[in-house]
Design a protein around this ligand. Structure first.
Ligand code: SAM
Length: 223
């Protein structure tokens, strides 16, 4: 776990709500104590517009502008648990959005690279990372092609629903690395975990159904 100190003041009220959220996630089946610990430390309300801070600890997705959403906390916890993030590992996130998932990964001690294709979100969230002094590397572009110049990665997590891109991303994994990607049609996706076992050998497993906003781009849905 990293020792990130947030530069904005957290509050007693929000810490209490966060504690209840962590218990709710535990009751829904999240078992990784490191993931639950990271969620208990990252003030999710900082990633919401200030008028909606009190909505931040519901286990729900929430609109963040540009037709996009901050993912439901359960989904963030589930994907992070599948990634099995180790301190000092290098993780690529595709779909920066509000920046919350990236902050959870940073809290776990990962070196985080994140890509967003919507310029407004990229700008707002990069500014938020700077304000919070979060050491997260933020890129504007099409994440479906990955970020080979910064790889290979120990983990890659895709936070929008794709159709056929896993092939393009799995080659950017280090041996032993994990790719977590929701794949399916536009209305429903299966959470797919791909592990790179050795060079050119991958294991693939499926972990339940989720509903994400579409992953748009070269190896995603058409814009
Ligand atoms: N991880 C985000 C968070 O913690 O707030 C949730 C993001 S939202 C569910 C999915 C994001 O993926 C949106 O911001 C969307 O613009 C972005 N996205 C969709 N296609 C993309 C692509 N090809 N490359 C990068 N980002 C993409």
């Amino acid at each position: 776990m990293s020792n990130i100190k947030y530069t904005l003041e957290d509050s007693f009220k929000h810490r209490g709500r966060r504690k209840r959220l962590v218990e709710a996630l535990r009751n829904k089946g999240i078992t990784d104590e490191n993931v639950l610990g990271a969620i208990s430390k990252v003030p999710r309300h900082f990633f919401f517009p200030k008028d909606f801070w009190d909505d931040a600890y519901e286990d729900k997705a929430f609109p963040i502008g540009s037709g996009q959403t901050i993912s439901q906390p359960y989904t963030v916890a589930f994907q992070t648990q599948l990634l099995n993030v180790q301190p000092g590992s290098t993780v690529l996130e595709i779909g920066t959005g509000s920046g919350y998932q990236a902050a959870v990964l940073a809290q776990l001690g990962a070196e985080v690279y994140t890509i967003e294709r919507v310029e407004d979100l990229f700008r707002t969230t990069s500014q938020l990372f700077a304000k919070l002094k979060l050491p997260i590397h933020c890129f504007l572009g099409d994440g479906t092609i990955g970020l080979a110049s910064k790889g290979p990665f120990d983990g890659i997590v895709v936070t929008a629903g794709g159709n056929s891109l896993a092939e393009q991303l799995k080659v950017q994994l280090r041996t032993g690395g994990r790719l977590v990607v929701p794949m399916g049609d536009r209305s429903i996706q299966k959470m797919v975990l791909i592990k790179k076992v050795v060079e050119n050998k991958y294991d693939r497993t499926e972990h339940g159904e989720f509903k994400f906003v579409p992953l748009l781009g070269k190896y995603g849905w058409e814009t």
